[in-house]
Design a protein around this ligand. Structure first.
Ligand code: THU
Length: 160
């Protein structure tokens, strides 16, 4: 028997101004995108912004449905849209944020398990880690690579 101890690293910030200009720009895009969320049921408006290797920023937000399970998260809207347009362009970074009726959440905004699985797939597809920026009014967390958010993930190479 071998006991495995995982090491997960994250950078935590309590002030937006402590992040780089590039990270701040991506967070601003995510915050802007949250304004366009379609979230009439949860009233939890999520915004995501993806920085592509070609320098483009693609935005997405959550899209809900009266049949609750048919909605989609902001992160996957942004990633799927980005790769529908640019199938061969890698993702460098992704920022995600969330707003309720009382404004920006304290944070950090935590992506759901399905979105984490899609981050893993995207990294595998382009063979490079994604800088993941989880925004919040009081705390922002930055991870280098989705393995930090989803250890022991199911990966395409397991399909054989
Ligand atoms: N949501 C996201 O957009 N991203 C996540 O990672 C977590 C949850 C959305 C889905 C739903 O529209 C609302 O937040 C409440 O769960």
């Amino acid at each position: 028997m071998v006991k495995r101890v995982l090491r997960i690293t994250a950078d935590e910030y309590d002030k937006l101004s402590d992040l780089s200009a590039n990270d701040q720009k991506l967070i601003s895009a995510a915050r802007e995108s949250a304004e366009n969320a379609y979230a009439p049921y949860s009233k939890f408006c999520v915004g995501a912004a993806v920085l592509l290797a070609n320098g483009e920023i693609i935005k997405g937000n959550n899209q809900e449905n009266a049949d609750f399970t048919d909605g989609l998260c902001a992160e996957r809207v942004a990633l799927f849209y980005a790769h529908a347009i640019y199938p061969d362009v890698a993702v460098k970074a992704l920022a995600v944020t969330a707003k309720t009726r009382s404004g920006l959440i304290a944070g950090p905004a935590q992506p759901c398990g399905s979105c984490r699985q899609v981050f893993i797939e995207t990294e595998y597809r382009f063979r490079q880690p994604i800088r993941l920026i989880l925004d919040g009014a009081e705390k922002i967390m930055v991870f280098n690579g989705a393995g930090n958010l989803l250890p022991f993930a199911f990966k395409p190479d397991q399909l054989g």
